[in-house]
Ligand binder design. Structure first.
Ligand SMILES: Cc1cc2nc3c(=O)[nH]c(=O)nc-3n(C[C@H](O)[C@H](O)[C@H](O)COP(=O)(O)O)c2cc1C
Length: 175
């Protein structure tokens, strides 16, 4: 699949088959993140790769629900995808969030090109950076001085969703 096709076809997947990804698939996804450009070639993004059965995901889910006063969520934040990749960046850098965003989108497009589904996850941001910030960052093995930015869940699609629509005339101006 070429890059334009992957960009055109990608959409967020919120239902996954209970089938694990192979080590090669996971490695290819992480490599897509590592190949993303970073400001000043700082390469400050750190990737923590988890399987769905990792207990830390339940802890993050519980903290997210506690902060949002949700007692019985319909689905967990990673939609039971088999693989979740958490991204952190060195804190205090001007372009951390942009760099993490580019890396996570590289992973999303790689997943699409590999015939997999993905969803970028921001809903755990407050949970990750709140009271349990230190505990979560330690468990995810992020180095000191690094802070969670964004995550992505990846797996085999169990549902298809058409790509989102947009109104170019509203969003773009050619000068
Ligand atoms: C920074 C960011 C954070 C997001 N956080 C979540 C999230 O926590 N949960 C979720 O289901 N989708 C999340 N999304 C997915 C968006 O809702 C989705 O990209 C948007 O609705 C457009 O749909 P599409 O991805 O299918 O094109 C996030 C997307 C981005 C870029």
């Amino acid at each position: 699949m070429d890059a334009i096709k992957a960009i055109e076809c990608r959409s967020s997947t919120r239902a996954y088959m209970p089938k694990a990804l192979s080590d090669e698939q996971v490695r290819a996804l992480v490599e897509a993140g590592l190949r993303a450009p970073t400001a000043n070639n700082r390469r400050e993004i750190r990737f923590s790769v988890l399987s769905a059965d990792n207990e830390i995901l339940s802890q993050i889910e519980a903290e997210k629900n506690r902060l949002r006063n949700i007692s019985a969520p319909e689905r967990n934040f990673y939609y039971d995808a088999p693989t979740v990749i958490m991204l952190a960046a060195e804190s205090g850098l001007r372009w951390s969030s942009v760099d993490a965003g580019i890396a996570v989108e590289n992973i999303a497009l790689a997943a699409e090109a590999m015939g997999l589904g993905s969803v970028i996850i921001g809903c755990i941001y407050d949970a990750m950076r709140g009271d349990k910030c230190e505990h979560f960052h330690r468990e995810l093995k992020f180095p000191d001085g690094y802070l969670f930015e964004v995550a992505i869940a990846v797996g085999y699609k169990a549902a298809e969703k058409p790509p989102h629509t947009y109104r170019a005339e509203k969003q773009v101006v050619y000068i």
